[in-house]
Each structure stands twice: as C-alpha cells, then as structure tokens.
Design a protein around this ligand. Structure first.
Ligand SMILES: Cc1cc2nc3c(=O)[nH]c(=O)nc-3n(C[C@H](O)[C@H](O)[C@H](O)COP(=O)(O)OP(=O)(O)OC[C@H]3O[C@@H](n4cnc5c(N)ncnc54)[C@H](O)[C@@H]3O)c2cc1C
Length: 365
C-alpha cells in the first residue's frame, strides 16, 4: 500500500512540476523579438521569441515540410541550427541520427526560438509558396485510388521539377477537429501551368486520405504548399528504369511525360507492380505511350492475379520481373516509388544486378 502511495505521490509531483515548467515558459519567459538568419545571410527574419522555428518560418511563408502539424511524430521538419544548437530533446531523438544531432540538425517543430539564431535549410524551401487550388476533377483510378486535379487561380503557376511533391492541407471534418498537412507527389507535368494532379490511395482511418476520398468534391478549395523534394531527373545515364507500385505511379508519370515532352535522348522502361488486375490503372495511357515512342517500354506485372483476371502479361513480384529484364547497371539510373517494403526489395535486387547506390533514386511512402 505504501509503495502505491509513494508511486502516486511521485507521479503527481512530476505532473505538477511539468505544468509549472510549461506555465513558466509561457507566462514568465519573454524572449522578445529574435532574428533568424537563414543560409548565412541569404535571408533574415524577425520572429517572436518563444514560438517554434516551424511556425516562425511559416509566418514568413517559408514552408518546411511537416506531416504531423508540430507534434513530433513524423520527423520531416529537419533543419540545421548553424551555431550552438541546444541539446536534442527526447521528442526529437528518435528521428535524428548521431551525425545529424552532432551537426546541429533539429526538428523545427520542437525548436523554440529563445535568442537570435542562424539556420541552414535546403535552398528549395525558400522558393516554396502556399497555393489555393480548386478541385476541378476527381477520377476513380482503382477501388482505393483517386486522382485529384487542383486548378490554380488564373495567372498563378507552380514551378516544380517532375518527381517533386506538394503538401496538402486538410480542413477539419467529421470528428477530426484539426488541419493536417500530408505530402502528395505531383502526377502532372511541369509544363502544365494551369493545374496540378495528385494521385491518392485511401489509407483506412487516415486523416488526409479520408478527407480527400470522402469529404471533398469538385469545386472545393484545397490549400497546399510546395514544391518539395529531391526525387527528380539526374544527369549521367541514357537508360532509365522506372519502378512503381500503387500511388507511387504519380511522380513516375510526371517524370516519363516530362522526358518525352522535352524529347530528351533517353531509353526508358517502366515496371508497374500490382497484386491483381483491380490494382492496375493507366494501362491504356502507358500502352498508347509505348506505341507512340520507341524509346519507352511499359511492363505492368501482377504478383497474384485473380482466376478471372485473364492475365497474359508479366507474372511475379516486381523484383523478379525486373531481374528478368535488366541484367546490368551500365549507363543506367533507376527511379523507384512505392511502399518502403517494395523500395527496399527493389534496391536489393538492383544492387545484385550491378547498380551502385548513386544510380538509384527513390521516394518511399
Ligand atoms: C514525399 C512523399 C510523397 C508522398 N506521395 C504520395 C502520393 O503521391 N500518393 C499517396 O497516396 N501518398 C503519398 N504519400 C503518403 C502521404 O503523405 C500520407 O502519408 C498518406 O496519404 C496517409 O495520410 P493520412 O493522413 O490519410 O493517414 P494518417 O492519418 O497519417 O494515418 C496513417 C496511418 O496511421 C494510422 N493511424 C492514424 N492515427 C492513428 C491512431 N491514433 N492510432 C493508430 N493508428 C493511427 C492510420 O490508420 C493509417 O494506417 C507521400 C509521402 C511522402 C513522404
């Protein structure tokens, strides 16, 4: 009994002290207005001390990617505090490698501004903007994948590289009382100035995908920020291998169409892995493309077709199919997009075939 009372007393004391610290921080601490230096003088901003770096930057329309709204559960909003970074908080530790922690990398959502500071962020974040698109079209691509066309206001355009992504912001709906940001790769081409297409797979109980699949309709406004990401075409190889599964087709579609539109001298093979026929989409689009362009080959593959799928195409896991067609890594780059499991398996098989890590580019989601 006395042990129970002691445990309860210690717990109460801990809660009390935590509340006291939070109150002290919010009520008593006054850090004044602080200066944030970005990328060694590239930009200088004034920020109210006590706010987090993530929200201070967003107040100045610099949108660092974040999928959890500052709760420290996604680990996306990494930036580097250039001098005298404060120690890593327990809430940040799971997301930082030792090397990152030592070089001042911190989560912007957890780093409170308490004095002037200097940060280093990818230069592309300085070019990100908030956009207010309107849903122009919603297309059912499979039983759980929809494509959304977000029309931009007249006169506005989003400059991005094929393969990059945007962060869509939801509005509160149903029992979800808060807005969240989620990343979606752009499926349309950069040359298309008027709209942005995204391809979204419904995740059971997922906040954003439920919002997009079940709560929005044509004509609704969708806010998003972007562009982000380093999944784009690199120089240095004439033969390109694209591998995708599920909604991972989105950035690959953008890349392939962009390369063809620019008439780049590349030979391309696109492997799309699906379980059965009901998971395939845009088959006609890519078959047509392959007929029109002799430098483009399309290989859809099913790992477990249904008996009535009547499938006479490639069979097997996408790794097996890739291994049947690709025999060396010479003059080749591979671009992969899909689930972490699929990407990891593909990296392994490509390494066995002879690709080195600097010949493989991917976005996992
Ligand atoms: C660079 C990048 C590009 C991407 N591009 C695309 C794309 O083109 N298309 C695409 O479809 N996706 C893409 N994603 C993934 C996308 O950003 C989202 O992660 C995904 O759509 C799920 O979002 P959500 O809000 O619906 O799910 P979330 O709400 O984030 O939930 C994710 C999972 O957690 C579970 N979960 C949520 N809350 C709880 C809880 N309280 N307890 C237990 N489990 C819980 C959900 O059931 C679900 O399984 C991309 C991700 C990245 C990082």
């Amino acid at each position: 009994m006395s042990i129970l009372i002691s445990v309860a007393a210690v717990s109460l004391l801990t809660v009390f002290l935590t509340i006291l610290i939070i109150l002290g921080e919010t009520v008593l601490a006054n850090y004044g207005v602080c200066t944030i230096d970005i990328n060694h003088g590239r930009k200088r901003l004034a920020a109210v001390g006590g706010t987090t770096l993530l929200s201070a930057l967003a107040d100045h329309e610099i949108f660092v990617p974040s999928a959890c709204g500052g709760k420290s559960t996604c680990g996306l909003c990494k930036i580097q505090v250039a001098d005298n970074a404060r120690p890593v908080l327990p809430t940040e530790a799971p997301y930082l490698t030792n090397a990152e922690a030592e070089t001042g990398v911190r989560l912007a959502c957890q780093y409170k501004i308490k004095s002037d500071l200097s940060v280093v962020i990818p230069e592309q974040f300085l070019a990100t903007r908030r956009y207010h698109g309107r849903i122009e079209r919603i297309t059912d691509l499979t039983y759980d994948i929809k494509e959304f066309r977000l029309a931009l206001p007249p006169g506005e355009s989003l400059e991005f590289k094929a393969g990059q992504y945007i962060q869509v912001e939801t509005k509160p709906y149903g029992n979800v009382k808060e807005s969240v940001f989620r990343a979606y790769s752009i499926a349309s081409q950069p040359a298309e100035q008027r709209y942005v297409d995204i391809i979204v797979r419904l995740v059971p109980n997922g906040i954003c995908t439920t919002y997009l699949h079940k709560y929005v309709t044509v004509g609704d406004e969708i806010s998003f920020t972007g562009p982000y990401g380093d999944f784009y075409l690199r120089d240095g190889a004439d033969q390109l291998i694209f591998i995708a599964g599920g909604s991972g087709l989105a950035p690959i579609k953008s890349l392939i169409f962009d390369i063809l539109a620019q008439q780049l001298d590349k030979n391309m093979i696109f492997f799309f892995g699906a379980v059965s026929k009901r998971d395939l989409y845009y088959v006609e689009l890519f078959n047509d493309l392959a007929e029109k362009h002799e430098n483009f080959t399309y290989i859809p593959a099913l790992s477990k077709p249904e008996p009535d799928d009547d499938w006479d195409g490639e069979l097997g896991l996408i790794t097996e199919v890739v291994a049947r067609h690709i025999h060396d890594g010479e003059n080749k780059h591979a671009y992969l997009c899909g689930s972490p499991g699929m990407i990891n398996a593909c990296i392994e098989i490509l390494s066995q075939i002879g690709f080195s890590s600097d010949q493989i580019f991917y976005d996992k989601f």
